[in-house]
Each structure stands twice: as C-alpha cells, then as structure tokens.
Design a protein around this ligand. Structure first.
Ligand SMILES: [Zn+2]
Length: 383
C-alpha cells in the first residue's frame, strides 16, 4: 500500500513539474493527415494544406496545429480546397499572409478571428460567403469583397483594423455587428444594392466622418451607427422610410444631413426614439450646391460641362452647356465680321475654296452655301 501511495505521489510530482514547464514554442516541422488532406507546418512558419473539397473541421482546440498556432506566419491553402474550415486559424497571432486559391468559395465562421498580424487578404473571385466573426479582431486594414458575395455575415469584420471598405453591388444585406468597433474605418462605400443595414452594423466606428446611404436602403436598423462620434455628414435618400431606435444615437458630431428629397418627404420619415442628433442636424434638401465650375468648355460643335459640388457632402452633379451659337458671318472665325470674310465667302461661293466653318457661312440657314448667303453677308457688312 505504502509503495502504491509513493508511486502515486511521484507521478503527481512529475505531472506538476510538466505543468510548470510547458513546452517552449520553438520552430518545428510538424505535419498530419485527415482523410484526403495533408497539412504541414515548416520551421519557417509556413503552413500548407493540400487536398480536395471541404477542409476538415475540428472543434475549437482540437485542431492538430492548435499548439503550434503562434508559430504560423503564412498559410497556403491548396488549389482544389473549396472551404476554409470554421476557426481553422483563429488566434494565430503571428499570421501575416494568407494565400487563398480560386477554388475556395467559402470562408467559415471565426476562421481568422484574432489574427492581429494579418493586414490584408486577397479574396478569390468566386468567393461567395464570409462566415460570422471570420475576420473579427483581425489586423485587416483593407479588403476587396468579390462581387459574388451576397451578404456580410454577423460580426464578419468587427473590431478589425479596416480603414476603408467597398461593398460590391452583389451584396443586399449587411449583417448585425458586421463592422462594429472598426475604430480606424474612415471610408465606407455601401454600393448600390444593399437593402438592409443590420443592427449595430457600424456602431462604434469612431473615425467615420461621412456616410452615404444608397437608394436601395429603406430601413436603418437599431444602433446601426450608434456611437460614431466623428460622423458629421449623412447623405440619405427619400427611399428610407424608417430610422430605428438609436440608429444614430450618440453621433455627437452630426451637423449636416443631405436629404435627397423634398421637405415634405423628410417630414414623412419615421424616426424612432433616441435619434435626437439626427433631428437636430441641419437638413439640406436635395443638397446645397456651390456656384459650379466649367470643366469642359463648349465649342461650336460640342457641348460643354458644368460641374457643381455639394457644400456639405461629396456629391457632384453636372449640367450640359449647349453648343456655342455659330458666329454668323464670321467666315474665318477671327472674331470680327469684315471685308476679309466677304472675300473668303466669294471664293467659297465660286467654288475656289471650301468653307472651314460651314455654319458661319450659311447666313440664311438653308443648309447650302450659295449667292444668297453672299448677299446676306454683304447686307450684314452694310449694317
Ligand atoms: Zn450634399
């Protein structure tokens, strides 16, 4: 009996010692297989996985490379793999590069969550789904979402390092909390097809100064922009019917709203409680345009363009400037009607010269240049 107790105590001591000195994480070359998949992590921190179809899923810490996750610096997904499994690389804090082949159509939930060092990812063009929390708490600064993605999942990019985001015209829904607490986010292009902006989708995006809500949006959900304390200008269309509770709560810098519609339409907007910032701001119906500048001068043949900019948002509009009226009788277009024009006109009518500016020669505007026009020009000179 004593002997058994002694052995047990000895074993216990060994276990305690092992626990006190955990395996030091040094670069190792490890690998494994699962069904038809083979993965390997080399001593340089490059993790490769090859196979075909959906990548195997392991519950939480069951990933065979879990203990080596801090060693992973680069992930190379093999061509032929169609999904990157749920939580496959979550918590890989040193991961800074991921290569995803064109065969991948889905990135699972939590896949790169907490990958602080991951600054950018090139998505394959056929990518259709980005899972919930997929890039939550990642270092991702910029990303191009391919235009096969139809919705942005819950928390997909929340608390990430995103600085700007462009939503492609395939996306119709931005999920709840999708970009919540992206504190570096300064530029959002919501595209033209988004219908639903989820609850808290952009809440706590402290750096955001301006947002344009596309025409496709009819409802802004609760707390969608809550706590966007730098948000100064909103562009909103008359298609928005409802602004839910706290949608713009605590947007303490909000001063200007460009409303694409008339005052009578703004009054019909259903603004729910806790949106006083929205109601206290200055409303600019159909924008407030500057005096405009000519960006393309008209000629006698081509129209010109006038450009107006809104004083409060990025919106611009153009106006066509009609073609210049031909200076009738100024045959040589030197700015004055003189005997020089008459002599040129004589040559033209006599067929010795071709008219350079037909519309200035066609005095009676009948489509042909003949003696009648010559006579007309003579009369102009007498006058
Ligand atoms: Zn405006």
């Amino acid at each position: 009996m004593k002997r058994t107790v002694f052995i047990l105590i000895a074993l216990l001591l060994i276990i305690i010692q092992l626990a006190a000195f955990p395996v030091v994480s040094f670069a190792e070359n490890v690998s494994g297989n699962n069904r038809n998949f083979h993965w390997q992590l080399d001593e340089n921190g490059v993790f490769t996985i090859s196979g075909y179809g959906e990548m195997p899923y392991y519950m939480g810490t069951m990933r065979p490379w879990y203990d080596y996750r801090d060693q992973i610096k680069e992930v190379i997904i093999g061509d032929g793999i169609t999904t990157i499994a749920t939580a496959a690389f979550s918590g890989c804090s040193n991961l800074n590069n991921v290569i995803i082949p064109d065969s991948v159509t889905e990135i699972g939930d939590n896949t790169f969550q907490g990958c602080y060092s991951l600054k950018s990812v090139d998505f394959p063009s056929e990518l259709r789904a980005i899972g919930s929390y997929a890039f939550c708490e990642s270092g991702l600064q910029s990303v191009v979402i391919p235009n096969n993605v139809t919705y942005i999942s819950t928390n997909a990019f929340s608390q990430s390092g995103l600085k700007s985001i462009v939503i492609p015209d395939s996306v119709y829904r931005i999920g709840d909390d999708a970009f919540k607490f992206c504190s570096s986010l300064t530029s959002i292009d919501l595209g033209n097809t988004v219908e639903i902006i989820g609850q808290r989708a952009f809440s706590g995006c402290y750096s955001l100064k301006t947002i344009t809500i596309p025409e496709s949006v009819t409802k802004i959900n609760s707390s969608a922009f809550e706590g966007c304390t730098s948000l100064k200008t909103i562009v909103i269309t008359k298609n928005v019917r409802t602004v839910k509770d706290k949608a713009f709560f605590n947007c303490s810098s909000l001063t200007d709203i460009c409303f694409e519609g008339e005052e009578s339409e703004w009054i019909n907007l259903d603004v729910e409680t806790n949106n006083q910032e929205l109601l206290w701001a200055n409303i600019h119906y159909n924008h407030d345009w500057n005096e405009g500048t000519i960006v393309l001068f008209p000629t006698y043949k081509e129209t010109g363009v006038y450009l107006y900019k809104c004083k409060f948002c990025d919106k611009e509009k153009t106006e066509i400037i009609p073609v210049l009226r031909a200076p009738m009788g100024d045959v040589n277009r030197d700015g004055i009607i003189s005997m020089k024009d008459l002599s040129t006109m004589k040559s033209i009518v006599a067929g010795r010269e071709t008219a350079e500016y037909i519309d200035s020669c066609d005095i009676n505007n009948d489509g042909i240049i003949n003696l009648k026009d010559l006579r007309g020009l003579k009369e102009m000179l007498v006058d």
